[in-house]
Write a protein that binds this ligand. Sequence first.
Ligand code: LLP
Length: 863
Amino acid sequence: MTIPFVVLKFGGTSVSRRERWDTIGCLVQQRREEGLRVLVVVSALSDVTNRLQASSEGAESPSDVLPALKKRHVDFANELGLDVDAVLGERFAELDRLAADPRVVARDLGWCAEWQAQGELLSSTLGVAYLNSQGVDIGWTDARDWLRPLDAPNLSEWSRRLSARCRLDADDDWRQRFAAQGEALLTQGFIVGDGEGGTCLLGRGGSDTSASSFGARLKADRVEIWTDVAGMFSANPRRVPEARLLVGLDYDEAQEIATTGAKVLHPRCIAPCREAGVALHIRDTGHPDMPGTVIGGSQTAVPGVKSTIPGVKAISTRRDIVLVSMESVRMWQQVGFLADVFEQFKRHGLSVDLIGSSETNVTVSLDPSENLVSSNVLEALCADLGKVCRVKVIAPCSAVTLVGHGIRSRLHRLTDVLAEFGRERVHLISQSSNDLNLTFVVDQDLAEEMLPRLHDLLIQAGAMPVRESGVFGPSWRALNLPPDAVETPWWRERQSALLARAGEATPQYVYSTDCVESRCDAMQSLGAVDRRFFAIKANPHPELLRRIYAAGIGLECVSAGELRHVFDSIENIDPSRVLFTPSFAPRDEYVEAFERGVWTTVDSATPLRSWPELFRSRTIWLRVDPGFGRGHHEKVRTGGHDAKFGLPVSQLDDFLTAAREVNARVFGIHAHLGSGIVDPGHWREVYAQLVSIAERVGTVVAINIGGGLAVPADPAQPRFDMDALGRELAVVKAACPDYALWMEPGRYLVADAGVLLLRVTQVVDKEGLLRIGVDGGMNTLLRPALYGAWHEIVNLSRLDDTDCDNFDVVGPICETGDVLGRRRLLPRATAEGDVLLVATAGAYGAVMASNYNRRGLPAESLL
Ligand code: LLP
């Protein structure tokens, strides 16, 4: 057999609608045009297997479900425009025969399997008839003639019949006979034949397993699993909209993700493909144009993907875990104790998943998807175990698992994640011996609740390397956004102008004033906000300050130097449009601020007590710390016990006493809790908290809720949701309208407006790791070295070159940390003299540059 097969599998929702069958027809034709033979594997129409299973388990009598079952298929045959009797006549006769079979009474397992197999037999029959009627040449074949169950010791009769695994061995003769059936074939998932005319089932999700078993036995080109989601995600996207599409995984990671909770692929279906080296693709039937997830196969399936990059690829949860805790003082160093205990699990047909042990306790988990964990079985198990130890069953629990290669090498990045668990009740922690997973078992429901926060922490701490590798694609949220929500960056259309600038000097920051002005407009559109100030520390370029000021936005300064700079840059500046919010500043700076007549902020009672004459009868602002910080990195979170900023609420009374002593009046309450905050709800929360503090102070007129609005660096990610922020603020402002609401963003106004242009100095291959050297590094843009910040980097000289490889982009500074980006896909042809562009560099870029290594400061210009 020289022409390989491709196996396409379609699940229940993909076979229950006529237009989906049209998609299936198109895909069959396309694969034929690629020169491949096609095998289509289908599930039953949605919900049919559930009904069949319920009736085979005795919930309903088979003859009672018959009419509804037939009607469902008659209706669908009509929708497909088929001759019902001609297509379904024989299948219905089989249904009648089975419903009247004497084996029903005892719910014989062989009968159960045959009865449940009817769903796939019906859907596949309808599908072939419809495709043929549409001119697609495809034949029907009975999966039970081709697939056989695997026999294994210790299998219960239930597993053998209703949760079988597939034999994968196949010889050329088998393949030739199969291929002789036709160039395009359609068959059933979920069912295999026992070789004696009987049926066995592959268990829940068995259609995936059928497809991969066929793929393995046929040595297929690939197996495509068509579902109703875009692929595998870094977390359940229904719980975590920020979960990222996993575009390329190796078999081990995919196996682990599927086993530990992701529903998109049945865990049993990966092993057959892995053993045969057949790639497994997950695709979305609703969006056949999207690439989905590619698992294994040749590593070039997704260009640039090195899926063995260490780090957490996904976080998953499994519900309904049962823990069995076994306590015995005698177990310590007692030979054979574990053997005795596990013997009982074997006797009751239960397979154990996780194991934790101490000197006096062994706790194991039972996974319901692999076991028939009924209360009867558990009771019997406990009774037997009770003879050798004290037994406690802890249920229901959920297992939260971090999956990825080399988690051990990333433990230092898991501090925040571990702290999160520290607050909850963890019953068991287990680390797999293959270094692929770290699992925490907690109370049911808690897990789901924790998931979004944990996912966020994993990304922020760099434990999930979303930017380092080609493993991660867009987020679920980004995939589901209207196309205009993701903006094309301005610099893509200014290639030649920017190259000309680079010709004048590199390293050089170039700013788009249009972009700054559009961000000012967006800021001005927040109706609930009364006054806005730009935190000039983000970018004090004088011309940008003038534009921002002219757009009606005041300026926020943190030092006497910044104050002087704004007064020098803007003619006739109105001091009431300037804020002074220093941190641990010397006395002189307050003196200067009061002299200039700007709004001045203190964040402890110390200045008032140390310099009472200076503060006597002044109007001041008070910066508070409500006890938490937020932001893109721990170094930029400015609230909470470990941050140096702000008066804790517990010291408010003492502060007010100090203020009264010098007759200072608290005009405003301020809090800025960090930088790069994504959730618009943050500022609503801050406003509400500051209002309650303002009430205690009594003299407050205005409340400043700080800045910190995030600017996503990744172009695939949606922009900060300004409309949502507007809605959040409108709600709290309406509830507490008595205070003027002020804000002071920095990054938001300037980050997207700036790009950094760098010249390539050398391209070096060091034992296979490729590096592009550029003429500015951490001395020019400190953020990657300081915060691990990610900036998009492109080769501006070769913007349309798609022949790429993975490179690290490094600067000229003599420090190992001088890396601007790791494992970036950049043109293979990149050479000395090319210009690289670093995007989203307008905030905290040039202003944080230094002369380190006696290298020059970057140039700056406007576009
Ligand atoms: N208000 C105060 C009191 C601040 O300290 C800051 C920033 C802001 C407002 C403006 O925050 P923004 O909207 O820009 O996030 N170098 C770090 C950011 C440090 C932010 C310091 N304070 C970075 O590159 O991410």
